[in-house]
Design a binder for this molecule. Structure first.
Ligand SMILES: *Cc1c(COP(=O)(O)O)cnc(C)c1O
Length: 384
């Protein structure tokens, strides 16, 4: 049998590096009809996700096929009534995407455009909410994976709750990796997916919902397959049954990944590991002369953006391939007005991996005199 070990570490925020045991959970085929799967796996996952999110018992969980965006679209499309209006806080590609979803679905919306390196201004939000009573729902991204920025979820939720509106949080890249008590914060809908901080493989997303809010969503969906209410009803009435084919292997892997999160010590322990990964990364990169895009006060432990070196010989692809050969896959930048690259530190990634990464980066800075290697042209030749 061929080796199943990974050839490189994915330093990308989903899909990310998973444990061997998570991948092994996918090696068998399982039926979806009986209690072993529905009650034994799906229902357990739903309960465990609620338990990770809050100690309050007023929440429920819906799993939804597709990549994370499908769960965002299912939520936006299923919870906002025909006469509702969505306020979107946009400071990156994922906030932008929520606005696009509203546009596609013909949902009345107002987008607060902040650019990509600024946080929402609470005073300005307060004014918008006060002046536009048509707004019923507010959507924000928790960790904006575009830059790695962590948005101020507590004060925004407080404001939204003070105005009696419904809060939707895209916590795709942070849920399970950053402690959050959604009941205390008053979050009504939180969206995340299998292949981020829970460290499963791609294939489905999930929505943690305040049950009283979800109960009001019957008949609101603008799509059959993405009807969040209907999917929830099916899971509730049939003990974990999905309406349409469920991604069984992915779900098995996710069930294993959740057990491993608990063994690690839960969200707090995982946060501590990601946080120290990020600190080691930033310290090491700064020692090598790289600069962070964001002010450190805005950083999340999930992913960090670095300015590309200004040297004319620097080329991302060449740098990327050198690192990949050494066992690390990094991420291109996603910011529109600055030349950057990104390094994630979530997944089955430990402090010693980041130390090894820093060494690998140090010996891959071919554009610098004295560094191992040669000119960019020579390097590209070697790659070819
Ligand atoms: C990953 C991610 C998504 C969803 O992306 P998919 O590619 O659809 O899985 C949405 N929002 C944020 C903040 C993300 O990091």
């Amino acid at each position: 049998m061929e080796t199943v070990e990974n050839q490189y570490l994915l330093l990308t925020p989903g899909p990310l590096s998973t444990s061997r045991t998570v991948r092994e959970a996918m090696l068998k085929d399982w039926c979806t009809w009986d209690d072993d799967y529905n009650k034994g796996i799906v229902e357990v996952i739903r309960q465990q996700l609620v338990a990770l999110a809050t100690a309050q018992d007023s929440y429920t969980c819906v799993l939804m096929q597709g990549s994370g965006t499908a769960s965002v679209e299912a939520t936006i499309g299923s919870v906002i009534p025909a006469d509702g209006k969505l306020l979107v806080i946009n400071n990156g590609a994922y906030g932008e995407r929520i606005g696009q979803i509203a546009q596609y679905l013909n949902i009345a919306h107002h987008i607060v455009e902040l650019g990509e390196v600024a946080q929402p201004d609470l005073q300005a939000l307060e004014t918008i909410l006060a002046e536009d009573p048509a707004i019923t729902h507010i959507a924000m991204v928790h960790c904006e994976t575009t830059t790695g920025m962590l948005n101020p979820v507590a004060p925004v939720c407080e404001l939204v709750k003070a105005h009696g509106k419904v809060m939707i949080l895209d916590a795709m890249s942070s849920f399970g990796g950053i402690p959050l008590e959604i009941g205390e914060l008053g979050i009504d809908f939180l969206i995340s997916s299998a292949n981020k901080c829970i460290q499963g493989v791609p294939g489905f997303g999930f929505v943690l919902a305040k049950q009283a809010e979800l109960e009001q969503c019957q008949g609101r969906a603008r799509s059959l397959t993405l009807d969040l209410y209907d999917q929830w009803q099916c899971m509730e009435k049939n003990h974990g049954k999905w309406r349409f084919t469920s991604p069984t292997h992915t779900v098995r892997a996710f069930h294993q990944a959740l057990q491993e999160l608990l063994v690690e010590g839960g969200v707090e322990a995982r946060y501590a590991r990601y946080h120290s990964n990020q600190q080691i990364l930033v310290d090491g990169m700064e020692r090598l002369g790289f600069r962070c895009l964001l002010d450190k006060s805005l950083h999340s432990p999930i992913i960090t953006s670095f300015y590309s070196p200004a040297h004319p010989d620097y080329d991302f692809k060449t740098f990327y391939h050198l690192l990949k050969e050494k066992g690390f896959v990094i991420y291109p930048g996603k910011v529109s007005n600055a030349d950057c690259f990104r390094i994630g530190n979530i997944g089955e990634v430990y402090n010693q991996d980041i130390h090894r990464l820093i060494d690998a980066i140090g010996s891959s800075m071919y554009w610098q005199h004295g560094a191992q290697g040669g000119t960019a042209a020579e390097m590209q030749e070697q790659q070819a």
